[in-house]
Design a protein. Sequence first.
Length: 544
Amino acid sequence: MSFEEKKTAGTSTSVDSKDVQQDYDNPGEPIVGQTYSLQRNFKARHIQMICLGGCIGSGLFIATGKSLRYGGAPGMLIGYTVICTMALAVMSTMSEATVLWPTTGSFMDHAARFVDPAMGFAIGICEYIAWMTIVAAEGAVFNIIIGYWTDKVPVAAAMTIYLFVVFMIHTLPNSWFAEFEFVTAALKIIAVIILILVCIAIASGAGPTGSTDHAANYKSLPAFPYGFKGVCTVFPLAAWATGGQEIMGITAGEAHMPRWDMPRAFNSLFVRILFIYLLSVIFITVLVNYTDPLLLGTSSVAASPFVIAMKHAGISVLPDLLNVVIILGLCAIGAESLYISSRVQTAMAGMGMMPKVFGRVDKKGRPIWSLLCTMALSAMMTYINCSSTGGVVFTWFSSIASTVYFMAWMVISVTNWQMRKALKVQNDPALELPYAVQSPWYPLASVYLFIMSTLMLALTGYSSMMPVGTDGINVTNFFETFLGVPIFVVAYIGYKLVYRTKFVNPAEADLQTGRRPLTEDDIAMLDKYYAQSVGKRALSYFHF
């Protein structure tokens, strides 16, 4: 078969994406004009910017202070480097199935069709709960930042303001949500770039009380203040800061041209990992001493290592500006988390794993009943902040989300193996066709991701059972942190017992439902793109 014949093999004619929904009864056949459905109006610039800056928030701006405090400079670097390599492995492993089957259910749908429906259900339930806890965790930080300026705003009032902003965004069509995320992600990226430049200036001695005597963390002992336990504490915090790659798979269900949009979004992750997270972590370890009193005994925004570095240099204006950016970022991540939770519920309803009512979509492309249900549950979790300190709630919810990240990454690895087996057994050339998206690191990426996710889950369990500062076993802390694991186990076993599901035979795996072959429009765009020089293709990433 010639190159041109391969390109058009299995292609489909272009269909108005607004009228197309996944057909779970007749695999691979689009339904046109029957009912309302999620609309594919997320453009490349939306998805690319969301993947670049959508997850930048409290994990980077604030939780890095706790990582430095417990892990020390070497421990923090080790923790974030390991988690960042895992995040890149997630991107590489998840990209293949996401482009072939760009469904809203993403890796949950893929797990159900290639591994076991019970696994898809279990990880879907965990993801649904985890992203709602993220809404609550960001609300906790929102209240903390308000307290940086004034302590006269009641916690309940702060939570209400936060939830009002997050919920109002979802009363608009999803294209408005995409624009909001685009703008806030761009602002956060600009803020991080400014912070890095400020860090470079501070390292060079800038500021009224600036100095060039830095890197105390690398000159004094002990290098690991809390030993192995301290380093283990860094891993879930790093996962909280850098995780969330799953959103790339979820947004594929509403991407305008998944075959064009998703690979570019995956590629942009390298920039976020290398130049935003790792570079920021390096400067934090150089400019802020892990013994700094401002890091100790506080969960406020004052404990942000960026704020501490600027205070020591005598820079007084930027911390307030940083707080404004953080507040915008918190609202954006809250809205993003609500988006993911509602789409997970919608997808599970479409897969027959939740009541059908949650799969209903209004004429503006909003899964209205899923949104209302998720809003109510998220609000209940967020108002828990009123009964405890924001720092405690933030730590609790962020730890739950981190354990779910690790479990989701394990599922993504196993699903990738089984998908490859299914394609091979059924002689499906999907990954061999021109313009197919293949992981350049298969099978190393998926094997590495599975092993490291299992290890991280075990180390998180160890550090939560025997937390820093204690000698004995803290059972309460363990179950609070590790809550996601028993939820997964119970959901998996329960679904399997009730529905008698079996592991999917690769020879019988469904390779058609939700599959989106290359359209004529896709081929024309890809032909034009790859006809350009490497330089022009690189510059196209900056065209919004």
